[in-house]
Design a protein around this ligand. Structure first.
Ligand SMILES: [Zn+2]
Length: 275
């Protein structure tokens, strides 16, 4: 699932492959992924335009040209690929942009939960991206703490809410909470000042390190997500077997020792004779 670090990798990749290049032609293989324009409309708008430096906001990639922009969201399975012009297509290639250097940039997506949008300018882009919080890679401590102070409810749901902080998905949220030693069922309003500060430090560290990694998809060996989903996985920090549950509608991994449950949940557990 593409999260901020994956989209940031795509942004850098797009900058290397397409910035400064002219669009020869656009082939919309599957018109259903173009969300706000016709296939013809998108192709006509981009043809002859020159790509500039792309921009990333949260999990969105904004590919600006010297005219309109192409906005991409990668959903669950989207990615970018390069191929020689007019070479054999992959069956999940949805939109193909042929550049003037004889390569094609291909937006490839199996499940089509993301998509492509044509935007004429920053205002258009804002309307499509919706209300986004500050980017998780760029947010500063004071701003984060201020936004957190206004927040109520589950801390994991808050982290994954793009209008709170943009770019954090399920995996990053679990990693951040594990690192901050906060149980995923904690509620924001119960966090003390030290826990809030620790949450911010964990967010910053996890996002920065994952963005700087060399190979997409690699987690640090010492991190929760390195062993996530592995049978019998133990906490990389204390060796306690990890637990899996559902929080905010998503599969959630945590260490019951490093991330003690909130007081209410602890009482529940004591009452439960099976626990
Ligand atoms: Zn642990």
């Amino acid at each position: 699932v593409p999260e901020l670090p994956d989209v940031e990798a795509s942004r850098r990749w797009f900058a290397d492959h397409a910035a400064g290049r002219r669009v020869e032609r656009v082939v919309v293989v599957d018109a259903s992924v173009v969300r706000n324009a016709s296939a013809r409309g998108l192709a006509d708008a981009l043809r002859g335009r020159c790509f500039r430096e792309p921009e990333r906001l949260g999990k969105w990639l904004l590919c600006w040209t010297d005219g309109p922009g192409l906005v991409l969201h990668f959903g669950m399975t989207g990615e970018l690929a390069a191929a020689p012009a007019r070479s054999r297509r992959h069956r999940w290639d949805r939109v193909i942009v042929e550049l003037d250097d004889g390569t094609e940039i291909r937006y490839r997506d199996l499940r089509k939960l993301g998509g492509a949008w044509l935007v004429l300018g920053a205002e258009d882009a804002t309307a499509i991206l919706g209300r986004l919080g500050p980017d998780a890679l760029a947010v500063r401590r004071a701003e984060f703490l201020k936004l957190l102070a206004r927040r109520r409810g589950g801390v994991k749901a808050a982290l994954m809410d793009q209008s709170f902080v943009a770019g954090v998905g399920n995996l990053l949220a679990d990693e951040i909470l594990w690192r901050a030693r906060l149980h995923p069922r904690r509620r924001v309003e119960t966090l003390d000042a030290e826990e809030r500060a620790s949450l911010f430090r964990a967010l910053r560290a996890v996002v920065r390190v994952t963005v700087e990694r060399d190979d997409a998809g690699e987690w640090r060996r010492s991190w929760l997500n390195y062993v996530r989903g592995v049978a019998g996985a133990r906490c990389p920090r204390c060796r306690t077997p990890l637990e899996r549950t559902i929080v905010a509608g998503r599969t959630t991994w945590f260490c019951p020792s490093c991330q003690p449950p909130p007081p209410a949940a602890a009482r529940e557990r004591r009452r439960d004779p099976s626990g």
